[in-house]
Design a protein around this ligand. Structure first.
Ligand code: HEC
Ligand code: HEC
Length: 461
């Protein structure tokens, strides 16, 4: 990490300590609390959750307390730092300063310089009263309010004789020297990102990221419940947790044609901050689920501190491992030929290999036999995804791919499957000798077939 960046982290951090404590957000804004995962409490479906937990307020308080210690509250979110991280000087609370590459951070700075141009100009002119920090940047606002408080005190002091013109000029010069970096190198804190989340995401994704905001019941598919740690649109193998880049892309592109909008209008720094906050909610949610399971296994002992810590670090490890699971494809994308498409169709139909037909149906309409199951009353219903919602295999004719329609996007979907849904990983299918059933070339042929089907309808319609 660059020294300048570290300084900004310290600068903003200390502003928090100085003026942050009793700063009131203007406009009444009730403070939020994280609730416990009601799926766990209701002990729905999945047998692993602790039925006892629902009846045991004491245990609930323990889990709540553990989670608050590890992740803070919606108004003051923060990751607990185990000693190793302090020794390694790693701090996910300042992900921007610790995790983002230099090149990406330079892009953030260049954009900040444009976005904050009016503020930077006002500072350069010495018109401090004209500096207006945007609503969600709570810490940056606090930092600036601290400066303004001092500035106004010095100005008032001119009349009473408590301060002099030269003291004021010195202060202005010092701020003109120091403050631009706070704007140019601004990267939202978790508190600031939680605020943006609250404005933009909460009504769909909910306070805890449970996918249960007020708008959620009206949507199909439902907004993602981040808490199980399962994300659909990664470029990764083995059902990995997402990389920053995967979540970032979901935010810039949205998930067409679902209700998940594109947030391209926000800055680079803000989008990265939202990624940080989604990660916090997701790690918090998975830690909660695992703690509930642990609790069920040790009802008498409760939750010892070591267990809480090791659970927390286990969940982090999954996120850290993601980078190693990236599905590279270095070569040229093989050309789409009539032979490739015909071979792709063969594999698509073949019950002994790709067997896409079993779900997507002969004509790709999403109506294959495995797309349905019998419910308790013997009615044919759609199968469910891991969040318990009915799901249909994509109608391939319509060409509406949610995670990109480039050949490489579809390749990665077929290669790794779609986490949390029945759509399987086809690269991990093995024959009886343990060899891959479908080679990369086979997968590409299927990609070409899928594209040929969707392109046909797109041009017909
Ligand atoms: C109008 C409702 C709505 C809003 C507002 C919304 N989302 Fe979503 N979001 C969805 C839906 C619906 C999905 C699930 C789409 C699917 O399953 O294909 C989703 C999925 C996601 C996913 C999961 C992607 C994956 O790979 O599984 C992430 C991450 C996400 N949203 C983040 C956000 C963030 C951050 C915000 C606010 C900046 C936000 N969403 C605002 C509806 C919304
Ligand atoms: C066991 C059922 C099942 C099988 C087998 C299956 N799929 Fe899917 N597929 C699904 C489901 C369910 C979805 C929808 C997932 C969602 O909405 O998030 C899907 C989605 C897709 C998508 C959409 C990706 C996107 O970005 O929106 C493509 C493309 C696709 N499948 C292709 C295939 C191909 C090609 C095969 C065979 C190699 C195949 N599927 C095998 C169930 C299946």
């Amino acid at each position: 990490m660059h020294d300048i960046r570290r300084n900004v982290a310290l600068l903003l951090g200390s502003a928090l300590v100085l003026v942050g404590c009793d700063f009131q957000f203007e406009g009444q804004r009730p403070s939020l609390r994280f609730g416990l995962n009601s799926n766990i409490l209701a002990n729905e479906d999945s047998g692993v959750y602790a039925a006892e937990l629902a009846q045991d307020p004491n245990a609930q308080a323990q889990i709540r307390g553990a989670l608050e210690m590890l992740f803070g509250t919606p108004d003051a979110p923060s990751f607990a730092r185990p000693e190793e991280w302090i020794d390694d000087e790693y701090d996910p609370n300042y992900a921007g300063y610790y995790e983002i590459s230099d090149a990406a951070f330079e892009a953030i700075m260049a954009q900040n310089e444009q976005l904050f141009a009016p503020e930077l100009e006002a500072i350069a002119r010495g018109n401090f009263a004209d500096v207006r920090v945007q609503r969600e940047a709570l810490d940056l606002r606090d930092y600036w309010s601290g400066i303004m408080a001092e500035y106004e005190e010095l100005q008032a002091g001119l009349e009473s004789g408590d301060s002099t013109e030269s003291e004021l000029a010195e202060f202005v010069a010092a701020i003109q020297e120091e403050a631009p970096a706070a704007f140019i190198e601004w990267y939202p804190s978790l508190r600031e990102s939680a605020e943006l989340y609250r404005q933009q995401c909460l009504h769909c994704h909910g306070v805890e990221g449970g996918g249960d905001g007020t708008t959620a019941p009206f949507l199909n598919p439902r907004p993602r419940d981040y808490r199980p740690g399962i994300f659909k649109f990664t470029s990764l193998d083995n059902k990995s947790r997402p990389r920053r880049e995967d979540l970032y892309r979901v935010l810039t592109d949205g998930i067409y044609p679902t209700a998940m909008p594109s947030f391209r209008r926000f800055s680079n720094a803000q989008l990265n901050g939202l990624v940080d906050y989604v990660r916090l909610l997701s790690i918090r949610g998975e830690t909660e689920i695992l703690l509930a399971v642990e609790f069920a296994d040790n009802v008498d002992e409760g939750l010892p501190m070591e267990l809480i810590q090791s659970t927390y670090l286990d969940v982090w490890e999954k996120w850290d491992a993601a980078a190693d699971e990236y599905i590279f494809f270095d070569g040229e994308v093989p050309e789409s030929t009539p032979e490739a498409i015909a071979h792709g169709r063969e594999l698509y139909m073949d019950a002994k290999s790709a067997n896409c037909v079993s779900c997507h149906g002969e004509n790709g309409r999403g109506d294959g036999p495995s797309a349905f199951e019998m419910d308790a009353d013997g009615n044919e219903v759609r199968v469910k995804d891991d969040w318990g919602n009915e799901i249909a295999p994509r109608d391939l004719n319509r060409g509406l791919f949610r995670f990109g329609r480039r050949p490489i996007d579809i390749y990665r979907r077929i290669y790794a499957g779609i986490n949390g849904t029945p759509m399987p990983s086809h690269a991990s299918m093995k024959d009886s000798e343990g060899e891959r059933l479908l080679s990369d070339q086979d997968l590409w042929d299927i990609v070409h077939y899928v594209r040929s089907v969707s392109v046909k309808e797109a041009s017909e319609g």
